[in-house]
Write a protein that binds this ligand. Structure first.
Ligand code: ADP
Ligand code: MG
Length: 253
């Protein structure tokens, strides 16, 4: 039996008079690698921003694990197990790769600590713990050899892996990836895919925006298509391939 981990209900967001996301209702199944496709400007990144608390919807809501999480900040959602990467990675360029990963969960440090003395000792031990965990995560994404490099000096593909590493610091149950393969060389794309599949086998759910239809057809199921802010297709990758409207929009052009 399938379970829904993330859902939206009538999610709507306008910029001025323009509806970028228009009444989107979706259900993401636990354990899936769901693909989100659609032409440029369809509202995919805006939908991610609504799902992750970066933007507040004008209408509609989001549930995570059956809980209404509408209106929660990105930090709170990260703490609740929802992680995301951005279409354009934004590392702190002058900090090292390791420091960038260590910074990911910093918002949570000391939040639950009462006194200032306790807090300082607690923060030191938390920092050591975070460093260890960051090194583990960097090892997982194959960036350990670059741990001390300035994050601004690594390649675009390595930045995508760094983004994934930052997200993994939150032990997320659901990871949203915004165009993970865009501008990434084939070797690093394969690395990224193998890491996504390994995490998925261990239970992580993925929602992936991707333009590379080969990527989507090979690795995502089901597939959801957005156009002009609306869901225009939901189905298996085979159904997507056989759908004349989608073929026209994505493969025919
Ligand atoms: P996609 O990721 O599918 O390419 P986006 O969600 O980035 O599309 O954008 C959807 C539409 O909303 C586009 O027309 C874009 O120009 C517009 N848009 C996105 N963000 C903003 C914003 N912050 N202010 C105004 N318009 C925006
Ligand atoms: Mg986008």
């Amino acid at each position: 039996m399938s379970e829904v981990i993330l859902s939206t209900n009538g999610l709507t967001k306008s910029f001025g008079a323009f509806k970028a996301v228009d009444g989107v209702s979706l259900e993401i199944q636990t354990g899936s690698i769901t693909g989100l496709i659609g032409p440029n400007g369809a509202g995919k990144s805006t939908l991610f921003n609504l799902l992750t608390g970066v933007l507040k919807p004008d209408e509609g809501g989001v549930t995570l694990n059956g809980q209404d999480v509408s209106g929660l900040s990105s930090d709170k959602l990260f703490a609740c197990g929802l992680g995301r990467t951005f279409q354009i990675p934004r590392p702190f360029a002058r900090m090292s790769v390791l420091e960038n990963v260590m910074l990911a969960p910093i918002g949570q440090i000391g939040e639950t600590v009462a006194g200032p003395f306790l807090k300082r000792a607690r923060m030191r031990s938390e920092e050591m713990h975070i460093r260890e965990r960051a090194l583990e995560v960097l090892d997982f994404v194959t960036l350990a050899p670059l741990a001390d490099h300035p994050a601004g000096k690594i390649s675009g593909g390595q930045m995508k892996l760094l983004e994934l590493a930052r997200v993994l610091m939150g032990n997320p149950a659901v990871i949203l990836l915004d165009e993970p393969a865009a501008g990434v060389n084939p070797v690093l794309t394969e690395t990224l895919i193998s890491k996504i599949e390994e995490l998925n086998r261990r239970g992580t759910t993925f929602l992936i925006i991707e333009h590379d239809m080969d990527f989507v057809m090979r690795h995502c199921d089901p597939v959801i298509a957005l156009a002009e802010g609306k869901v225009v297709f939901q189905g298996t990758s085979e159904e997507a391939l056989a759908n004349p409207v989608l073929l026209d929009a994505y493969l025919g052009a």
